[in-house]
Each structure stands twice: as structure tokens, then as C-alpha cells.
Design a protein around this ligand. Structure first.
Ligand code: KG4
Ligand code: ZN
Length: 349
């Protein structure tokens, strides 16, 4: 095998972002283009899969051209193509997957099908200070809130997950009740900056239980009932409410992560998913991990929300092991992360 550093073209289209990135095998990012469909969904206060699928079709070629322009490369410079094949919304997934297959066929390059969660876990893989596995990963987004173990050979397994709403879903639904628009996590984060987090208390579920699952629906219902009582909000109350809410969600995520690290005798934590961009969560994790002598890796905020750099980086360990995907592979809305290995095969005899 040659020592030449190979170049990966990657696509992410599992939900409401059309993302294309070009990343080198050593992890260096050559371009990172993300088209967010958020504006298209603001009137509906949530993702509409049919509209999303069409928007991915309209955007993917444009985003790809931009990614090549920004990297100053052309398709013949690509050695391997990667794309999210699972889990996610079927229509949106199909757009990125079919586009990637078409590129692989036309350019005669291999394909690596990637699991979206592996992408979040490895979004900062190969960056300075990114831990060597084994490590624990906390992934909190609009669709997932879970703790994962990443083994020495990058096999990922869940040790606890939300039994109902994901943390981002709770932010978004409470934000909707506050009339803040969609998605609300970032807006709540900004409003919370000026608030007093001790003014309101919110229930944190299953705090003293020994498992590592989360539950945010009780907190969500409590918050929505409280909003009805407090409305109309004055500015100070809105800031205090957002700060208190954000604090409760951050405490729930941090407490369970620290307990899991202790239980599994791990000293490294990686975070990811849109909620990992939350400023209070990042601050509290940094504080609490320092107290416990745990190293926490906080990827830059733009790598926490959905992007294609994370898909390219998740493909790097596969590329190094000669693990590729067949062009006949199908997308899957629900494939569990423990089954991610089914997406690739060893084509080297
Ligand atoms: O990972 P992501 O981009 O897409 C999914 O796979 O879901 O995460 C989106 C979620 C949304 O629920 C959004 O409200 C939340 O991440 N989010 C935040 C912040 N930025 C995005 N939640 C809290 N604080 C933030 N700063
Ligand atoms: Zn995601």
C-alpha cells in the first residue's frame, strides 16, 4: 500500500442539513459546506420530510460544486467517497446516498457508508488532543441523547439513552411553547446568557438510579405547564426561565456522563450533537471533568451540529482498515450503532 495521503469526499443528508466536505486521510479539512434547511421549516416548527427530501435534491449539486471550489480540487482528485447511510429520514438519506453512489461509479472510487452516530462520535477524530479509544461519548442532538462506549477498534455501543424525548427535542418543544421559533436550542442558549439559573427549578429524572438512561419528557411537560402560568413573559423572566431550563438539562447530561466514566473506569470523554454546542453544558462539563481528573474533548461548535466533516472523519478508520461498502447497499432509517459494521466489508483478501 502506498503512503500517499488519500482525499475523502463526504455527504451528510440524514435530516435537515445538506452537507458536503472534502477531508484528507490525516483529518485535515479542505472544505466544509453546510446548507441548513431551517428557514424552510420555520413556518412548520419542525422538519417536514417531503419538503426536506426535495430541498436536498435541489442543494446537493450546488453544495458539492462549492466544496470543490473551496478546496480548489476537482472530482479526479478524490480517492474515496463517504456518505451517511443510517439512521435518519429515509427520503433525505436516499439523496446523499444515491449521489455518493453515482459519484463512486462515475469516478471509479470506493464507497464508505457511514453511521450518523459514529460521525458525531468521531467529528474531531485526528485533531490534536482527540483521545485514543477507549473513551466515552455523550451525543445529544434533536434526535438522540445517549452515552456511547468507543472501543479500541472504533466499535461503538450504547450504554444509556433517552427513554423519551432527546435533549434537543426538549429544547425545541419548550422553545416552541415560548414562541421562540425552530430550532430553539441556540436561541435559548443566547437568552440564558443574561438570566439567573437559580430562579426556577426543573425536575431532573432518574437522578439516583444506577443505569445511564435519560428522560426529558417530564421536564418538558413541567416547563410547558409553567409557561402557561407565567405568560406573558417579561424580558427578565424569559432570560431567567431559559437559564434555569438550560441548567437542568446540562446537569442531567453531565451527572450521568461523570457517573458512567467512573463506572467504566474511563478517563476520556468526547461530546457531540447539536446540544453539545450549548455554552452552559460545555462550561459545566469542563468544570466537573477537571474536578474528577477526566479529560473532556469539546469539538468546535460547528462540528457538533450536523456536518459532513464528521462523516469523512468517521470514514478514516475504515479507510485505514480497507473496509468499504458495496454499491448495492441500502439506506436504513433505524440501524443501531452496534450494527454499524454491517455497512462496510473488508474487500482486501
Ligand atoms: O446534531 P443536530 O444538528 O441534528 C440532529 O441530528 O438532531 O442537532 C440539532 C439540535 C436541535 O434540537 C437544536 O435545538 C440543538 O441541537 N442545538 C442546541 C444548541 N445548538 C443546537 N441546543 C442547545 N444549545 C445550543 N447552543
Ligand atoms: Zn446529528
Amino acid at each position: 500500500m502506498s503512503d500517499r495521503i488519500r482525499t475523502i469526499l463526504a455527504f451528510e443528508s440524514s435530516c435537515d442539513d445538506t452537507a458536503v466536505a472534502i477531508v484528507r486521510e490525516d483529518g485535515v479539512v479542505l472544505s466544509n459546506v453546510v446548507y441548513s434547511q431551517v428557514k424552510e421549516f420555520s413556518a412548520y416548527l419542525g422538519v417536514v420530510p417531503e419538503i426536506g427530501s426535495r430541498s436536498h435534491v435541489e442543494q446537493i449539486l450546488h453544495c458539492s460544486k462549492k466544496a470543490f471550489q473551496n478546496a480548489n480540487l476537482s472530482p479526479k482528485d478524490i480517492d474515496v467517497v463517504a456518505a451517511t447511510f443510517a439512521p435518519g429520514l429515509l427520503g433525505p438519506l436516499l439523496v446523499g446516498a444515491q449521489f455518493a453512489k453515482g459519484f463512486a461509479l462515475a469516478q471509479k472510487v470506493p464507497l464508505i457508508a457511514v453511521h450518523h452516530i459514529v460521525g458525531h462520535v468521531l467529528s474531531a477524530y485526528s485533531e490534536e488532543k482527540f483521545p485514543r479509544p477507549p473513551f466515552l461519548a455523550l451525543i445529544a442532538s434533536g434526535g438522540h441523547s445517549a452515552l456511547y462506549l468507543c472501543s479500541e477498534n472504533f466499535d461503538i455501543s450504547v450504554i444509556g439513552e433517552s427513554l423519551d424525548d432527546a435533549a434537543g427535542e426538549a429544547f425545541d418543544k419548550i422553545g416552541r411553547a415560548l414562541g421562540l421559533g425552530y430550532p430553539a436550542g441556540k436561541i435559548i442558549d443566547e437568552l440564558a446568557q443574561k438570566g439567573d439559573a437559580s430562579r426556577f427549578s426543573f425536575p431532573i429524572a432518574m437522578r439516583n438510579e444506577s443505569h445511564f438512561n435519560f428522560s426529558f419528557s417530564g421536564l418538558k411537560t413541567h416547563a410547558i405547564e409553567r409557561i402557561k402560568l407565567l405568560s406573558p413573559f417579561d424580558e427578565k423572566t424569559l432570560h431567567d426561565f431559559c437559564a434555569s431550563l438550560q441548567e437542568a438539562i446540562a446537569v442531567a447530561l453531565v451527572e450521568r456522563s461523570i457517573r458512567a466514566l467512573k463506572t467504566y473506569c474511563l478517563r476520556n470523554l468526547v461530546i457531540g450533537g447539536g446540544v453539545a454546542a450549548n455554552s452552559r453544558l460545555r462550561e459545566l462539563l469542563a468544570q466537573e471533568c477537571q474536578k474528577q481528573a477526566i479529560d473532556v474533548f469539546l469539538p468546535q461548535k460547528s462540528l457538533c451540529t450536523d456536518n459532513a466533516v464528521m462523516i469523512a472523519r468517521a470514514a478514516i478508520p475504515k479507510l485505514k482498515q480497507g473496509l468499504y461498502s458495496e454499491l448495492s447497499i441500502d439506506v436504513s432509517a433505524r440501524l443501531r450503532v452496534e450494527e454499524a459494521a454491517l455497512l462496510t466489508k473488508n474487500f482486501i483478501d
